[in-house]
Design a protein around this ligand. Structure first.
Ligand code: AMP
Length: 590
């Protein structure tokens, strides 16, 4: 079996790592980045782009560029592009396919297996959707693990001593906080909390709002509805935010941002760190309560923490670091790169499946996760009756006996919910099924055993059994927001098809480019040799040059088809032959 790669499928950026000689190595993208923007775009000619290429063209193709899809994972949401609907799983699969391809290029072998991380706060539907995305991308997802657990694993490698740590993870779109116990051979998540809708994107948005307001004030320009201008502002806002982690003031300069009645307007606005901190202070504050909640659930005070780890690019913001320092009374450590340690931990977990050997004593660490939210079933009056409390270590199995509410009731509906609220209407319905064939009896007599099974990936199986008759029903929770088996299989096929189509298109573009370069060199040589050439050879050469030129011009780079590429190749080969006869020996390179 080949290597199992670790993937941090982030809201803003994703990262892949692989264990090499016992040490996690971050896989560079084809574009040379250590992380890959979680951005997907669809071009005019139907090509799918992912990562830097998608992000780079976003300003000119805003309507067909998809950002932060992770926020929609597990939701019944679709992106509509070119009249076709894409589920969050399909969009995520395009990002995963890109990471897979880059990993294959790096390793020089095919990659089939991966461990993918998710925020600890992700519910079942979101985990399942992530798994489906992996499958669509052609990956065998060996395990879904929590991001903070993964980070702890990366740190566990480095340290290994007994300690309780708090992982504060503020990424692009999600916030997680976990209290983790690292033991000699065990990493246990004691508690998790967080906010699925808070991250660096929100900080960017605050700067965007500030800039739009200032621009309106000074230039009387309204750019909110101009998607191209807004995209430029958004890009500049993120850049400014990052700069403000180092500098106390920065400048946003966007020439020709808006073209109104009074001519073009240029944005030139300074923003200080103080202003940035004042417009984002509530966002930083919003992370405080989950930290206290996690500590409370773990039953420890901040002073009992041995370490505080910062994960996620947004923890580079000084105000965030100050807040963590304040609330925990500890200097947070970041000796691993906050953007990379989650992927690094995932590949360590992945290496267990391929029996690779890790460096150091941490090789046989056992990973223990917890359920992020309580699981319950609905009982009379819409009450959520808990079977498994939040933060229960998984895998786990819990059973409880229930009975009927009405006389001679022969069936019961089992509705499964996830969440902390007392009434099911406030929690999330994961799924339901009916147990039929219960022996007719007075209310309260039948004994129905309901069991919850959560596997190591946090995927839930629920079964109900009438102990009187032995009748049993069960479901694997696949919430309504997940794709059906057929939809996944179709998406998987499509993804494969697009991959080979994209490869063919890229090859065609390469053929065209090389032919163009070759044509240029031949034309130069033809020009230089001019009259020295035999007449008949000269006219043959001229004809072949003109034929190749015609083929190249006809095949527009953004729309070139494999047939056109074939014609170019033919014309190029012919020209190469004729040129050879004329004593011009420049290799065609096709
Ligand atoms: P992640 O999902 O962990 O890659 O985090 C990405 C988020 O971190 C994005 O919102 C980035 O803008 C943000 N980020 C990256 N570097 C910095 C920095 N130096 N200062 C502030 N935010 C940053």
């Amino acid at each position: 079996m080949g290597k199992v790669i670790g993937i941090d499928l982030g809201t803003t950026n994703s990262c892949a790592a692989v264990l090499e000689a016992g040490t996690p190595v971050i896989i560079a993208s084809a574009e040379g980045g250590r992380t890959t923007p979680s951005v997907v775009a669809f071009t005019d000619n139907g090509e799918r782009l992912a990562g830097d290429l998608a992000k780079r063209q976003a300003a000119v193709n805003a309507d067909r560029t998809v950002y932060s899809i992770k926020r929609q994972m597990g939701n019944d949401y679709h992106v509509n592009i070119n009249g076709r609907k894409y589920s969050p799983q399909e969009i995520s699969a395009i990002i995963l396919q890109k990471l897979k391809k880059d990993a294959e290029a790096y390793l020089g072998e095919s990659v089939t297996d991966a461990v993918i991380t998710v925020p600890a706060y992700f519910n079942d539907a979101q985990r399942q959707a992530t798994r489906d995305a992996g499958r669509i991308a052609g990956l065998n997802v060996r395990r879904i693990i929590n991001e903070p657990t993964s980070a702890a694993l990366a740190y566990g490698l480095d340290h290994g001593e007994n300690q309780k740590i708090l992982v504060y993870d503020l990424g692009g779109g999600t916030f997680d906080v976990s209290v983790i116990e690292i033991g000699d051979k065990l990493i246990e998540v004691l508690a998790t909390s967080g906010d699925n809708h808070l991250g660096g994107d929100d900080f960017d948005e605050r700067i965007v709002q500030y800039l739009v307001k200032e621009f309106k004030k000074t230039e009387k320009a309204r750019i909110e509805k101009d998607s191209v201008a807004m995209e430029r502002v958004r890009e500049a806002a993120e850049k400014a935010k990052k700069e403000l982690s180092q500098l106390t003031e920065t400048n946003i300069n966007l020439p020709f941002l808006w073209n109104g009645k009074g001519g073009p307007k240029h944005m030139d606005i300074n923003i200080t760190r103080a202003v940035f901190e004042s417009i984002t202070s509530d966002l930083v504050k919003r992370t405080e309560q989950p930290v206290l909640d996690a500590l409370g659930q773990a039953g420890i005070s901040a002073s009992a923490l041995d370490k505080v780890i910062l994960v996620g690019g947004s923890t580079r913001i000084p105000a965030v670091q100050a807040m963590v320092r304040n609330i925990t009374g500890k200097e947070p450590c970041h000796n691993l790169n906050p953007d990379e340690c989650v992927a690094a931990g995932a590949c360590i977990q992945g290496s267990k499946f391929s029996n690779e050997i890790m460096a150091g004593a941490a090789g046989d660490i056992i990973l223990m996760d917890v359920t992020p939210l309580s699981l319950s079933i609905e009982t009379i009056g819409g009450v959520a009756t808990k079977l498994i409390g939040r933060n229960t270590p998984i895998p786990t199995r819990q059973s409880q006996i229930f009975t009927t509410a009405g006389n001679f009731q022969t069936s019961v509906d089992i509705k499964v919910f996830q969440g902390e609220r007392k009434f099911t209407r406030d929690n999330k319905l994961l799924g339901n099924f009916r147990l039929t064939g219960i022996k007719r009896a007075l209310a309260g007599v039948p004994q129905i055993e309901v069991s919850f099974d959560i596997d190591a990936n946090g995927i839930v199986n629920v079964s109900a059994k009438d102990l009187g008759t032995g009748k049993q029903q069960q479901i694997t929770i696949t919430s309504s927001s997940n794709l059906t088996e057929e939809e996944i299989a179709r998406a998987e096929m499509e993804a494969k098809m697009y991959e080979s189509e994209d490869a063919a298109r890229r090859e065609a573009i390469d053929i065209r480019n090389n032919a163009e370069a070759y044509l240029y060199k031949i034309e130069q040589a033809y020009h230089d040799m001019g009259k020295k050439l035999d007449r008949s050879v000269r006219s043959a050469l001229k004809a072949d040059i003109s034929e190749l030129k015609k083929r190249i011009v006809k095949a527009k780079p953004e729309k070139i088809t494999p047939v056109q590429a074939g014609e170019i190749r033919q014309a190029c080969d012919k020209l190469e032959q004729t040129a050879g006869m004329a004593g011009i020996n420049i290799p065609g390179g096709l």
